[in-house]
Ligand binder design. Structure first.
Ligand SMILES: [Zn+2]
Length: 122
């Protein structure tokens, strides 16, 4: 359930409009995510900039380095990708997508973490 997201060429305009409830409210069911919920995730850059200390500029493939909030990081061990939202901590925290990062950061389960992101409750 945590495969890397592959959504090249997605419409970024939709993401910026999806802040807050957006269309999510239409599809909302208790405990249930719409099948296209990943469309409503916030922009990875906005999400990670709010959480990752000393996050630098992304390279040509969208990867930027910063201090990992999942462990006591004294260097910039965490790489996050502003294009697809993936992350990897080189100090051993693991890797995954934006939802798994939010799960780890907040201690929430997958569905709850996904709902946080989709609803803009970050
Ligand atoms: Zn880490």
């Amino acid at each position: 359930m945590k495969q890397a997201r592959k959504t090249p060429g997605r419409d970024r305009g939709q993401y910026s409009k999806a802040g807050g409830l957006g269309m999510w409210g239409v599809y909302r069911r208790p405990g249930k995510l719409p099948s296209d919920w990943r469309r409503w995730l916030p922009s990875p850059e906005r999400y990670y900039r709010a959480r990752v200390d000393r996050l630098g500029k992304p390279n040509g493939k969208g990867w930027a380095q910063g201090r990992c909030p999942l462990h006591d990081d004294s260097h910039e061990s965490l790489s996050v990708n502003f294009q697809h939202g993936g992350w990897r901590c080189f100090a051993g925290c693991g890797c995954g997508d934006m939802v798994s990062f939010h799960e780890r950061l907040t201690g929430k389960g997958f569905a709850e973490a996904a709902r946080d992101l989709v609803e803009g409750r970050q």
